[in-house]
Design a binder for this molecule. Structure first.
Ligand SMILES: *C/C=C(C)/C=C/C=C(C)/C=C/C1=C(C)CCCC1(C)C
Length: 240
């Protein structure tokens, strides 16, 4: 076996391009968050560390997904979901860390994590064990959406929102509101990608490979964006 396998990037393959740029963006974001961690007030250091871990874990997965895709032209479903199973609960942890001073209990975090696990396990069954039928895709997509809806509800009206309202820190209030927008708009890109799979509701309109286009775009927006919101809270809080 050769030591270095050269992967080819076809010039007309946007999916391959987004795997490469996604990798680079995640890596650069991690370096940024880790270095900036030294500049912020002590109470924000853990949050910035978690931001860097989220993009760092994603960077490693993108490194492998990129090559997997380039070598096989197939969707790296297992790697994708391993990445998400680590990074989405870390995003739930971010919510908890930001809202802890406002009185968030550890059970608040576990509820979010449980909802995210339901969302991801159902999504994985839907994608990995598809028989190409619409019923399979829809059933697991709907179950997954229940988990997603819980997180959305918490961020906009439920526990997360109520804790943010109770916070006496305006930076945290604004920050949680920004994260709620990410969950509503940024996270909604994923189910659109999911529907591109064979049998999916949008499979007549989209190519099966488009799933990667949507997921790569959404990952960059959400993982780096989430981290930047947390960074923004830490910076604006320090100015006062
Ligand atoms: C860093 C990775 C993130 C923020 C991943 C988020 C993933 C989702 C919000 C996925 C949601 C899905 C549905 C709501 C239904 C269809 C199946 C999924 C898993 C794509």
């Amino acid at each position: 076996m050769p030591l270095l396998e050269i992967v080819k990037i076809p010039v007309d393959d946007p999916v391959a391009f987004t795997f490469f740029t996604g990798y680079m963006a995640m890596l650069a974001a991690s370096v940024f968050f880790f270095f900036e961690r030294g500049q912020v007030d002590g109470k924000w250091k853990t949050s910035l560390l978690v931001s860097g871990l989220i993009t760092g874990i994603a960077a490693v997965h993108y490194y492998y997904m990129r090559d997997y895709y380039a070598a096989t032209n197939e969707t790296p479903t297992a790697l994708r979901y391993i990445d998400w199973t680590l990074t989405v609960p870390l995003m739930c942890l971010e919510f908890y860390l930001l809202l802890k001073p406002a009185g968030a209990k550890i059970s608040f975090m576990w509820k979010l994590i449980a909802a995210s696990v339901l969302m991801l396990v159902a999504g994985y069954i839907g994608e990995a064990f598809t028989d190409g039928s619409t019923s399979h895709s829809v059933i697991w997509g709907v179950i997954s959406t229940v988990g997603y809806a819980y997180i959305l509800y918490s961020a906009w009206v439920g526990e997360a929102k109520q804790l943010a309202d109770r916070s006496n820190n305006p930076a945290v209030k604004k920050g949680i509101q920004a994260l709620a927008w990410f969950v509503l708009v940024g996270w909604a890109i994923y189910p659109i990608g999911y529907m591109a799979m064979p049998g999916g509701w949008l499979s007549g309109l989209l190519q099966p490979n488009d799933i990667n286009l949507f997921y790569n775009l959404a990952d960059a927006i959400n993982k780096i964006g989430f981290g930047l919101v947390v960074y923004g809270i830490a910076i604006s809080d320090a100015k006062k």
